[in-house]
Write a protein that binds this ligand. Structure first.
Ligand code: ADP
Ligand code: MG
Length: 271
């Protein structure tokens, strides 16, 4: 049983005073699926980056613990070894390193037996309909958006992390790929008790990957949490009542406009 506890997490862009995360509280346990939705520029990807330790951000408050261990003081690779996984919104191209090389290096670094790695990779590729020809190609290079997302999902299946953060896993996927990928992650929550934090704009993803909790992130804070039905409501109503324009872009980067407080921006529309 694993637990990722995020409390009061605040972060800025390094070297600036720009605060993007303004106090995030979230607990993700094994087997749970938490969906985060919210307008563009709300800080969703920033949250995923800060959790995984991407350079360029400075944590200015709060804590993040995985099974009681502070992960914010760890290097990114140590966080990965501790059982944290990030499926990136824009997966990085790594010329010269194949997916297989990368997974083999990861297994070696954690002293995992590599005897079955190839068969594991092949069976994972089959599960999500990922063409075997991509396995030996340089990681993500010249892959379509959808192929990159399948690539991320394959890594998840092979590496078997404790907690996965999946940033817009659905972007670029056609309906068939979306179904296979979301079914694969849902299966991991049952077979391996994977805990999931999935960022998405569309409730379609959540038809197969069934969330236990849905959260709205706006202006660097979680402004509303609810059950699965909240995802459908958001798709209907958009985020206008959470301080975003109809185009989904948060006003002034999610900052309150002049004379307006955050409380004004995020007042409960139903209250
Ligand atoms: P979301 O994923 O919710 O759409 P992001 O977390 O990507 O939003 O971005 C939140 C805000 O932080 C945006 O206004 C974005 O432009 C800004 N931002 C993120 N990373 C950086 C950076 N490295 N430098 C400057 N601004 C950044
Ligand atoms: Mg994003």
């Amino acid at each position: 049983m694993s637990e990722l506890i995020i409390s009061g997490l605040k972060a800025i862009i390094s070297g600036t005073g720009t605060e993007i995360l303004r106090g995030i509280d979230l607990t993700i346990r094994s087997g749970e699926v938490h969906a985060i939705m919210g307008p563009n520029g709300a800080g969703k990807s920033t949250l995923s980056h800060v959790l995984m330790g991407k350079p360029g951000y400075s944590v200015t408050g709060g804590t993040v613990e995985l099974d009681g261990v502070d992960i914010l003081s760890m290097e990114t690779w140590q966080r990965a070894q501790a059982g944290l996984f990030l499926g990136m919104q824009y997966p990085t191209e790594v010329p010269g390193v194949s997916l297989r090389d990368m997974l083999a290096a990861s297994f070696a670094a954690s002293d995992r037996n590599r005897d079955d790695l190839d068969s594991l990779i092949r069976s994972e590729a089959d599960r999500i309909g990922f063409d075997q020809k991509f396995l030996e190609r340089p990681l993500n290079v010249d892959l379509s958006g959808g192929e990159k997302k399948r690539n991320e999902t394959l890594q998840l299946g092979v590496l078997r992390p404790k907690i996965a953060i999946l940033d817009e896993l659905d972007s670029g996927l056609d309906v068939d790929a979306l179904r296979m990928v979301s079914q694969r992650v849902e299966a991991a929550t049952e077979e391996d008790q994977l805990g999931v934090l999935v960022i998405t704009h569309y409730s379609r993803l959540l038809e197969e990957l069934r969330p236990d909790h849905v959260h709205v992130l706006a202006g660097g804070r979680i402004v509303k949490s609810g059950g699965p039905v909240l995802a459908d409501e958001l798709e209907e109503t958009g985020y206008a009542s959470y301080g975003a324009d109809d185009d989904g872009e948060a006003e002034a980067g999610g900052q309150p406009s002049e004379g307006e407080t955050f409380a004004d921006m995020f007042a409960d529309p139903l209250a």
